[in-house]
Design a protein around this ligand. Structure first.
Ligand code: SF4
Length: 353
């Protein structure tokens, strides 16, 4: 066994340079090592999923990122804004089907001020107090702060008071060189970190993500993971990490080759080994498909995310992956794990053992 292998199996932390070497490892050896680390992070065979609904309330967005097919100017979807009545009817459908979590996500729409976001949160919580609102993103929070002339901390405080429970830490790629090329009008790496720290200080938990395949190098992928690991060392409030591959179709970056399945499994495994302080790693079935997500469960992932009843952002790139609770249960069982329905805090609601 070489030194790096020994370190991994001893449960030790890897440096960025060491993690970089993992890109050249044999995929099966890497998967085995990641699976070992998964069981160190969360012992047991359970793999959770949540019944949730993503409600993309507007696609009007000033950022116009070149990797995004969802925003109105990308030409795939007509500009739209959902009224609170429509949003409430979507939440009602979720609740009727046993769902527990709503993800409100929109663009950086100049017509939305903090009051509008607060009203949206209040309307949902007034009518459905039992629903968890895991909503908005660091970019949306910073934008709302700018538009309203408040600090980000104030915006977070007001939304929390209205009923916001936690925030998906959508982070694309946390590398300035790449961000300047693909999303120059979105928040900087520093702003992302500051917003996440503000959220965590305010007691709101979050997730963290990575969209890879945007032209970043291997070292830049590890740099992204380093930002997340450092933040988690300071706050301990990141519940899960979710890597997504960039889907070039229908975007302004159609010339970029889509990441392969092997790339995906490697990222999952390396993230699991490197992020030694994050308990849950979600298999991204929405972008990778169910079969890849199932493989990911043997190489570092230990959660299947949501049985979504609606999603527009990824759908705009032409990907139409869908699932049902029955399929989710079968996929997890077939991977040799025990399916559980969980809540937003990763607590078991129901076991399908
Ligand atoms: S990725 Fe988000 S911020 Fe960027 S254009 Fe799309 S909706 Fe707007």
């Amino acid at each position: 066994m070489n030194e790096l292998n020994e370190k991994i199996y001893a449960g030790k932390r890897l440096s960025a340079e060491e993690a970089l070497n993992l890109f050249d490892w044999d995929i099966l050896e890497l998967g085995r090592a990641a699976d070992f680390r998964t069981r160190l992070a969360v012992p047991g065979a359970e793999v959770g999923f949540i019944i949730d609904r993503i409600i993309n309330f507007t696609n009007v967005c000033e950022a116009e990122c070149s990797f995004c097919a969802f925003h109105a100017r990308a030409g795939q979807i007509e500009p739209y804004e959902l009224t609170n009545e429509v949003i409430l009817s979507k939440v009602a459908e979720l609740v009727e089907s046993g769902g527990t979590q709503v993800m409100l996500q929109g663009g950086l729409n100049p017509r939305y001020a903090l009051d509008d976001l607060t009203a949206m949160v209040r309307a949902i919580k007034d009518r459905f107090p039992g629903v968890t609102l895991h909503s908005f993103s660091p970019a949306e929070l910073v934008y709302a702060a700018r538009r309203s002339g408040f600090s980000v901390a104030h915006v977070i405080e007001v939304l929390k008071e209205a009923g916001l429970d936690s925030v998906p830490g959508a982070s694309d790629i946390l590398v300035e060189r790449v961000r300047k090329l693909v999303s120059p009008r979105k928040i900087s790496v520093g702003e992302w970190v500051e917003t996440m720290e503000s959220l965590h200080r305010c007691g709101l938990k979050s997730s963290a993500t990575m969209t890879y395949g945007l032209g970043e190098t291997r070292a830049e992928r590890i740099a992204h993971l380093s930002v997340i690991r450092g933040l988690q060392d300071r706050t301990g409030m990141i519940r899960a990490f979710i890597p997504w591959s960039f889907s070039p179709a229908q975007t302004r970056m159609e010339n970029v080759a889509a990441a392969t399945g092997m790339d995906y499994l490697r990222i999952v495994a390396i993230a699991r080994i490197f992020l030694d302080n994050v308990r849950y790693l979600q298999a991204g079935w929405l972008t990778e498909g169910m079969k890849m997500a199932q493989l990911a469960l043997t190489m570092g992932a230990n959660d299947m995310g949501g049985v979504l009843t609606e999603e527009v952002v990824v759908g705009a790139t032409g990907l139409k992956n869908k699932t049902s609770m029955d399929e989710m249960i079968d996929i997890i069982r077939d991977a040799g794990r025990i399916p559980i329905q969980r809540d937003s805090d990763y607590r078991q609601i129901r076991s399908f053992a």
